[in-house]
Design a protein around this ligand. Structure first.
Ligand SMILES: [Fe+2]
Length: 233
């Protein structure tokens, strides 16, 4: 019997408070802090944004919870049908991706002066890997329409060494490996339903008009540097 299993969460809380230990395990647990979010856009109401930010903060909290629990979970009886360890690992991915994708999404929308320069790295790379910039945009929007509850992400694919769009359902399914995300769009219903009801296409069209290309450009610059390292240059 694992001694940890004998303790209730309440008992563990009392012990941590008594010992003045902030986390379940000070040596291993990872604690993420929510980022300050400021989204000012003509196309989303303040109530919609605020509701969204609260969901993001909940992903951070749950990610921290899973990280702390993994420090003490029983690994001796792990199996693929039913085990606490498996459940927490799946939840860890779900909440970590939920937090990370939201940070990327919030910071790459809401630019009321949105415009992309034809000599920017973003424009040149999208042009190169999708045929034209308009082809990227058509593909990105098509991915949005194909998404259930999930995301559309333009990312640097380490395997093909080019930029691609992908459809992610939820936060833990259909996430390609070897991706570095540069443009992120939230297609969960909570992202738009308050303002657009079920019209995800109208929401998507509106968001495309306020992409924050200055932030996206920095990501492309970083992605290109990563690619240089991957290629061994
Ligand atoms: Fe969201």
């Amino acid at each position: 019997m694992n001694f940890d299993d004998l303790l209730t969460e309440e008992a563990k809380k009392v012990i941590r408070e008594t010992l003045d230990v902030k986390k379940e395990n000070v040596n291993e647990a990872f604690a993420a802090q929510p980022k300050q979010v400021s989204v000012k856009t003509d196309f989303l109401s303040n109530a919609n944004v605020q509701n969204h930010v609260e969901l993001y903060e909940d992903y951070i909290e749950k990610f921290n919870n899973t990280s702390a629990k993994l420090d003490s979970v029983d690994k001796s009886s792990v199996n693929s049908n039913h085990s606490g360890f498996r459940s927490i690992k799946i939840d860890e991915t779900f909440n970590m991706n939920g937090a990370y994708l939201h940070e990327l999404y919030f910071s790459n929308i809401g630019d009321t002066q949105s415009r992309i320069s034809m000599d920017s790295l973003s424009f040149m790379r999208l042009n190169r890997d999708f045929g034209t910039f308009d082809d990227w945009q058509r593909d990105f929007i098509a991915c949005g329409k194909a998404s259930r509850c999930g995301w559309v992400v333009t990312y640097l694919n380490m395997y093909t060494q080019s930029y691609m769009n992908c459809v992610i359902d939820l936060h833990s399914e259909h996430v390609p490996v070897g991706m570095y995300p540069v443009i992120v769009m939230d297609l969960w219903q909570h992202a738009y339903y308050r303002d657009y009801l079920k019209d995800a296409d109208a929401y998507m069209s509106a968001m495309m008009k306020q992409l924050r290309w200055s932030v996206i450009e920095k990501r492309f610059e970083k992605a290109d540097r990563i690619l240089s390292i991957v290629r061994g240059a």
